[in-house]
Design a protein around this ligand. Structure first.
Ligand code: NAD
Length: 373
């Protein structure tokens, strides 16, 4: 069983799908590990560290030659996977809805593509969930990004020269990223409030010492969709939410938006008029910018300034903490493959619940219900 770890090719991608730690663990399971030279460089991992753990470090062709499993952070170009064993697995974040043509190409290339972001949200799969591990870091980094663009301090400071008041931070969307953003902003001393469409988050917001801002008594209030994710809200709810948020946003210094709906464009939470209502010097971070954005005016990969309000639209925010993001992503992949490792055959064998959820292609065709349905 040969496992290949590729150097990421997407521009700006600094993460890597295996660390020396997980390489060592895979070898202990009986796998042969091959790492493409330079794979860990941008995450501060040298080739020699992989080699010391027993991996063979070499060029891409050599790494892929005969590989049974290919690990990646993002989906590699299907045309660049020559030499892998027929039916080889590719386990990575494959962005199946956004990169549908690529999924077809994996099928045509005889690759069995496993989309790690389709991991079901069940207790036993928590340790395999790349969305959670990466969102958590993104939520943290979003607050630091906001703090560094903000021309003021976060905590209240009483100094001999006078008092500085605490920054007001509003977090919209309280999933994994939002919860970490709340916790981080609180640690920095900000006055934090937050909102979500799932009413279960109210208690979580309070438990972190932040103030919940919620629409009450409107039809379609319960925003829980399937699998613990949000669903799309009724027009009545959306109107009530927009009104509530309008009043609140105008008083905020920092707004961090994280709202996502799986398989759909991100919901628009902040209009241009709401941006204009904020004080000059305020900062908005749109963590949903890659899914179309929660904020009108946000630009993917840029920090824009509109009427004195900065809107941060960084790409791949977790990747901006490449070392930790790689460590967690790599463990997700190891936890996944090792949980299904069959000692007798020396390879992983997936069960139906997880296999059917994440498998995109098999036997030359697309097989995933979410893509076919
Ligand atoms: P997500 O990234 O899909 O979305 C971020 C947040 O945006 C969610 O809380 C969502 O409710 C919210 N949102 C969507 N539309 C909105 C709107 N119009 N206004 C305001 N907020 C809106 O979510 P996530 O971070 O993946 O977490 C979703 C839930 O799944 C959480 O409860 C989380 O704890 C849970 N979860 C479970 C597992 C597991 O059991 N394996 C793993 C990860 C997350």
């Amino acid at each position: 069983m040969k496992i290949a770890v590729l150097k990421e090719q997407a521009p700006g991608e600094r993460r890597v799908a295996a660390t020396p730690e997980t390489v060592k663990k895979f070898i202990a399971l009986g796998a042969e590990m091959a790492v493409e030279s330079g794979a860990g460089e941008a995450a501060s991992i040298a080739d020699t560290q992989y080699a010391e753990m027993g991996a063979k470090v070499g060029g891409r062709a050599e790494t892929l030659q005969g590989a049974d499993i290919i690990l990646g952070v993002q989906g590699p170009d299907p045309a660049s996977l020559g030499g892998a064993a027929p039916g080889a697995w590719l386990a990575a974040g494959l962005n199946p809805f956004g990169e549908r043509a690529r999924v077809d190409a994996y099928a045509a290339a005889g690759i069995e593509a496993l989309a790690m972001e389709f991991m079901p949200r069940i207790t036993r799969a928590q340790s395999m969930d790349i969305l959670s591990s990466q969102s958590n870091l993104a939520g943290y980094k979003a607050v630091l990004d906001a703090a560094s663009e903000y021309g003021r301090a976060f905590p209240m400071m009483m100094t001999a020269a006078g008092t500085i008041s605490a920054a007001r931070v509003f977090v919209m969307g309280v999933g994994v990223a939002g919860l970490q953003a709340i916790a981080t902003a609180r640690r920095l001393g900000a006055q934090v409030s937050a909102t979500d469409v799932r009413s279960a988050t109210k208690e979580q917001i309070q438990s972190l010492g932040a103030k919940p801002i919620f629409v009450e008594n409107v039809a379609g209030i319960e925003g829980e969709g399937s699998g613990g994710y949000a669903g799309e809200m009724s027009p009545e709810y959306q109107a009530a939410q927009a009104e509530l948020v309008s009043g609140h946003i105008a008083k905020q210094d920092i707004v961090i938006t994280t709202a996502l709906i799986p398989g759909r464009p991100a919901p628009r939470l902040i209009s241009a008029a709401q941006v204009a209502s904020m004080k000059p010097g305020s900062v908005i971070v749109d963590l949903a910018v890659e899914a179309g954005g929660n904020v009108e005016g946000a630009v993917l990969g840029e920090v824009v300034e509109i009427g004195g309000v900065k809107i941060i639209g960084h790409k791949n925010v977790a990747g901006r903490l490449a070392a930790d993001a790689s460590a967690l992503f790599s463990r997700n992949l190891y936890n996944f493959l090792s949980a299904f490792w069959d000692k007798e055959s020396g390879k992983p064998v997936l069960d139906e619940e997880i296999g059917d959820a994440i498998r995109l292609t098999r036997g030359g065709v697309v097989v995933n219900q979410r893509l076919l349905g």
